[in-house]
Design a protein around this ligand. Structure first.
Ligand code: XIL
Length: 362
């Protein structure tokens, strides 16, 4: 469905150029020709994996060179912090948070509630009271430790069912089983109580493809946020993971309509885990890199032309290190090329696309 002009005008995040373009009856701001003043840069960042961070100085340097924002990739997950039930282990998170603070980088916290990356004891919780007690204590302790330092939290991660049209809308996790859909409220309410200044985000994947289930995922995300707001529980943004499958096409109209709806709710959008899953692309590296850059460009352009994200964060920086290698291996055994720097930390075409937003040229 093409975006209606009225909807665009209503979107709180509409840029001045878009409003001008709309007033002139043009399809997009691009039709106005080159902008006179460059738009403000969008903070750019990456997730950082602790083992690699410790082992590879080039990785640390890349974080310093390219990032405004750093996200501990795994060290704020329950699996890392709550390995032992009796004590909180912040060693990895503290190291990355300290590095970010010393170098003037902002931080995103990932994630206070997730159905995965749980230690065995948490998977074995069996009563509602136990789950609520543990969840509240966890969020109180973690958010309090980084109060005023971690500005933004992924409060809940992946709580929406993969295809909510198949008996959803919530994903089947230990939290959903023991607490029902209320687990989302408990998490947001607790985080807001402990750090009232923190920006609180609902983070999830696949909001960008053309399947009916994807449209439903967008609807469910908006619905969850609307309900929180109606109850007076703070929620500030929707995080789009954006692990983009190179073989699938983007639903540009659906994405833009999503941005309009996010704007109507007064929420921010953030791109939180951007990378390209290239397992089905041809082996040639140049072909893959061009396809990945073009996909990222179309995705970001669709979003930014309606609502500027608060941040654009990739899930790693260099192809040398990525979860895609293990999770989406290629049949031909060629190494995946999901990220903006190649395995030798040289910028790829994807970085040129990101630079436009990072430096405020788009
Ligand atoms: C991944 C990490 O990148 C891996 O290092 C880890 O082994 C598993 O988790 N969605 C998320 C992230 O929200 O937390 C996941 O990160 C990738 C998918």
């Amino acid at each position: 469905m093409p975006l209606r002009k009225r909807d665009r005008d209503n979107a709180a995040g509409l840029t001045r150029r878009d409003a001008l373009a709309a007033a002139a009856g043009l399809a997009s701001a691009a039709a106005l020709g080159p902008a006179l003043a460059a738009p403000a840069p969008i903070p750019f960042g990456s997730a950082a994996q602790i083992e690699t961070f410790r082992a590879d100085p080039r990785y640390r340097q890349a974080l310093l060179t390219y990032c405004d924002v750093i996200v501990p990739m795994n060290d704020l997950k329950w699996e890392a912090i709550r390995h032992d039930r009796s004590r909180f282990d912040f060693s990895g998170a503290d190291e990355l948070v300290g590095f970010a603070e010393r170098n003037g980088k902002a931080l995103r916290g990932h994630a206070l509630l997730w159905g995965e990356a749980l230690p065995p004891w948490a998977r074995e919780m069996s009563t509602r009271a136990e789950a609520e007690r543990e969840l509240v204590e966890h969020i109180e302790t973690v958010v309090d430790r980084y109060k005023g330092r971690i500005a933004t939290w992924d409060v809940v991660n992946e709580v929406i069912k993969f295809d909510p049209l198949e008996g959803g809308p919530m994903r089947d996790t230990i939290w959903q089983r023991l607490l029902g859909p209320e687990h989302v409220e408990i998490a947001f309410r607790t985080a807001a109580r402990v750090d009232p200044k923190a920006r609180l985000v609902l983070n999830d994947f696949n909001f960008e493809e053309g399947w009916p289930g994807t449209a439903e995922r967008r609807r469910v995300a908006l619905d969850i946020c609307r309900r929180l707001k109606d109850k007076g529980i703070p929620v500030h943004g929707i995080g789009m993971q954006a692990h983009l499958y190179a073989e699938n096409s983007l639903d540009i109209d659906g994405l833009q309509a999503f941005m309009v709806e996010i704007g109507k709710l007064g929420l921010d959008v953030e791109i939180t885990e951007l990378d390209v899953i290239d397992w089905k692309l041809p082996a040639d590296a140049g072909t893959r890199d061009r396809a990945a850059a073009s996909l990222v460009g179309s995705f970001l352009n669709a979003i930014v032309s309606v609502r500027r994200p608060k941040a654009i964060v990739t899930w790693g920086l260099s192809d040398r290190y990525s979860w895609i290698h293990d999770t989406f291996p290629r049949k031909d055994k060629a190494k995946a090329r999901p990220l903006p720097l190649d395995a030798d930390f040289k910028p790829k075409p994807m970085m040129a696309v990101l630079d436009r937003y990072r430096r405020g040229r788009a």
